[in-house]
Design a protein around this ligand. Sequence first.
Ligand SMILES: Cc1cc2nc3c(=O)[nH]c(=O)nc-3n(C[C@H](O)[C@H](O)[C@H](O)COP(=O)(O)OP(=O)(O)OC[C@H]3O[C@@H](n4cnc5c(N)ncnc54)[C@H](O)[C@@H]3O)c2cc1C
Length: 329
Amino acid sequence: MLLVILECADGEIGDTDKGILSAANRISSTLEVPWGAAVIPGTTPADPAPFAPYGVPEVIVTGEVAGAADSPDLQGQLLARLAREKNASLILLPHTDAGATLAPLLAAELDAALVTEGIAIRQAEGGLEIQHQALGCHVARLRSWDGKRPLVLTLPVKSLSQVVLPSMKPSQPILTSWQPDGSGLSPRTTILQRIPPDPQTVDVSEAEVIVSVGKGCDPHTFDQVKELARLLNISLGVTRPVYDLGWTGFERMIGQTGRAVAPRLYLALGISGSMHHLGGIKESRRIVAVNSDTKAPIFANADEGFVADLKELLPRLLERVRNATEGAA
Ligand SMILES: Cc1cc2nc3c(=O)[nH]c(=O)nc-3n(C[C@H](O)[C@H](O)[C@H](O)COP(=O)(O)OP(=O)(O)OC[C@H]3O[C@@H](n4cnc5c(N)ncnc54)[C@H](O)[C@@H]3O)c2cc1C
């Protein structure tokens, strides 16, 4: 059996859950094995309906276990028990923070093989041939799994498509509750506190919202963009010419040589849109560009474009943001 592990943060099926369900459905039909999904202990999805398009027959929710929500260690022990009960030979997780933490715990509990960040998966004799990212994503390595012992496999979030193949049959999934025998379970580690990342210091490749500035700024407008980032509590990025001026460290430079980013919103100010820069921002969910040149190539690559001079726009934008943030404070 293939068992896929879902996060269902706040009890909702999220984009990553949909992506991993879609991948699990494909792999289970490649291997011709039955499959089901289990939610990380500590979360209970409210409604089974959103699971239906993904063809999952059963979604298993763990009954109340004291301390499970704050202990990945305990979650790993519980999921390993479930995997054993279900006789799962393949356990699939998204390579999120939670998934990447649970995968080795599960593999150790089950004495299973572990392959992380699989990017291409093919059927091979008795099992699978998996190409996976290694050495900080610098190389792709080929591993084979012969199916003789269980395998714990994680898939990178960026590779998870939510697209459901037309051949997939929607299911009427059932939510079942699984009450484990709690004996012998003890959390060896517990989460004491969750500290949200500070957008001002977080790695830009992990940032949710980025305001990025190019050579269309001068020292004064650059300071204004920094102020905007501070007031909105979002991350700052720059193009190569701005980095070359020494105005930021290399870690803020975005593009082919710099960091590749994938924020929800990328605000490009005074950036022409060279292919070297675009290569690093193409995974952004929404790009909004401001440039004084109507013909700037960034506009053809943006979801929304505004023709404006940063010298005029920024003081007005800052004033509105200050009013709004002061009003909210
Ligand atoms: C091998 C190689 C690797 C590279 N890697 C990277 C990389 O990783 N990241 C990267 O960014 N670049 C990289 N580059 C450089 C890249 O080719 C471009 O030169 C660079 O991206 C251009 O940056 P820019 O858009 O800030 O500047 P420009 O191309 O000079 O554009 C400035 C823009 O600002 C606009 N503007 C000017 N004044 C105003 C104003 N007052 N208000 C509004 N808009 C205004 C202009 O109309 C213009 O479109 C690389 C180059 C090479 C050869």
